[in-house]
Design a protein around this ligand. Structure first.
Ligand SMILES: *[C@@H]1O[C@H](CO)[C@@H](O)[C@H](O)[C@H]1NC(C)=O
Ligand SMILES: *[C@@H]1O[C@H](CO)[C@@H](O)[C@H](O)[C@H]1NC(C)=O
Length: 376
């Protein structure tokens, strides 16, 4: 019998051997700094607040005005066509207890949009009830499934996800859309309040392609979906990349399991294996994270795949070590296998992955790039 399986790590960016004379597309770092200083000055003078020159639609509720228009939508079947809209459950802030499914569509507010960013200000659905390998992590009563016309594959999520965010690919077409489908098969009290931001392709804060989540800043916390659920069990059948922006002057990133709860890193190596130890690479056949060329600080053992109940670069290690990655871009791939489905007492699928090296896609190291500077 095992406890919860979950994942929470903190990351901290580190100064590395960034050369100050490094060239980025032919522009020296010094020139970039000077350019940015000029831009900062201009922004400081004008304190710009931009509005698109289009009227706020009267069919929606305008609740704020400032950084951008704010709209609220809480009718199932509605389409969000404006930037900075909030998708809320019907009856919000009262919980939604109906079992009818509820779909929202997000349409580009402008052809220049590349991504929809969803910020889960509030997100409580029923989550998985079991913490054992049997039916582990299955969103079996409630689920949010996101689809896009661009064909992006996103994990199905449920449970408690307030504070999490995801990016949806709005696609190349000027009319690209995404759909959020909430589905329920059992009684429950659901609340959701999701901010939708439409991100232009030209934005310098745009996420890199292939990142479901994108963190900025020199430190932060990564958690699996449903980490804040009633039962903080990680969800099954997840495959996605979490990316962390390389901040200027920082060349390495270090991941350490969160101090609380304990354990905060617990991913099944295989079957009912011992979660008191670390496993790496080929030993991780079920649930794992991928940190390419990750290693304990000072160690020579670069690894790609990490699992078990301890985060370390050595199989059977019994103590966590900070895992450092000095190869950009900074990414953590999350992979969890499918739940073991049991029909009439017969195990019909075990979802073991066995071969883990293909997922998530290995990152493109960009040839000989050693340490680039990313503009904020
Ligand atoms: C460098 O320039 C090329 C072509 O303009 C562009 O596609 C690429 O994104 C640029 N790379 C960086 C790091 O700015
Ligand atoms: C949407 O709003 C955000 C936040 O104000 C802004 O950064 C972004 O440029 C806007 N998107 C479009 C397409 O105008």
């Amino acid at each position: 019998m095992k406890g919860y399986r979950l994942l929470c790590v903190i990351f901290i960016l580190f100064h590395g051997l960034c050369s100050s004379s490094q060239e980025i597309n032919g522009t020296s770092n010094k020139a970039l700094m000077e350019k940015r200083a000029r831009e900062k000055k201009i922004l400081n003078i004008f304190s710009v607040v931009q509005f698109r020159n289009s009227p706020c639609q009267s069919t929606m509720t305008l609740v704020g005005f400032g950084v951008c228009c704010v709209f609220m939508i809480s009718t199932c079947g509605a389409t969000v066509t404006r930037n900075c809209s909030y998708i809320k459950n019907p009856g919000f802030p009262t919980a939604y207890t109906d079992t009818a499914s509820c779909t929202f569509t997000i349409a580009k507010c402008d052809p220049s949009v590349c991504d929809f960013r969803l910020d889960f200000d509030q997100f409580t659905l029923n989550g998985p009830s079991g913490t054992l390998e049997l039916n582990e992590g299955d969103c079996n009563t409630d689920s949010l499934t996101s689809t896009t016309t661009s064909g992006q594959v996103t994990p199905v999520i449920c449970g408690g996800n307030a504070g999490q965010h995801i990016y949806l690919d709005a696609g190349d077409s000027a009319t690209g859309t995404a759909a959020l489908n909430f589905a329920f098969t059992d009684a429950g009290s659901r609340i959701w309040d999701i901010k939708v931001t439409q991100i232009p392709c030209s934005a310098n804060y745009k996420r890199p392609d292939g990142c479901l989540q994108y963190h900025t800043g020199i430190d932060g916390r990564l958690t699996t979906f449903n980490f804040d659920g009633v039962v903080p069990q990680h969800l099954d059948a997840q495959q996605y990349n979490v990316c962390i922006r390389q901040e200027e002057g920082y060349c390495c990133i270090t991941y350490t399991p969160c101090a609380t709860p304990t354990p905060s890193f617990a991913l099944d190596p295989a079957g009912e294996n011992d979660l008191s130890k670390a496993m790496v690479d080929a030993m991780c056949m079920e649930d794992f994270i991928r940190i390419e060329e990750g290693r304990c600080v000072g160690s020579l053992n670069g690894r790609n795949i990490f699992c078990g109940g301890i985060l370390s670069d050595a199989n059977d290690a019994e103590a966590n070590c900070p895992i450092q990655d000095c190869t950009q871009p900074f990414q953590v791939g999350v992979f969890t296998n499918a739940a073991i489905a049991v029909a009439n007492g017969v195990t019909v699928a075990n979802g073991n992955r066995g071969e883990n090296q293909g997922f998530p896609p290995t990152k493109d190291k960009g040839g000989t790039m050693t340490c680039s500077i990313v503009l904020k």
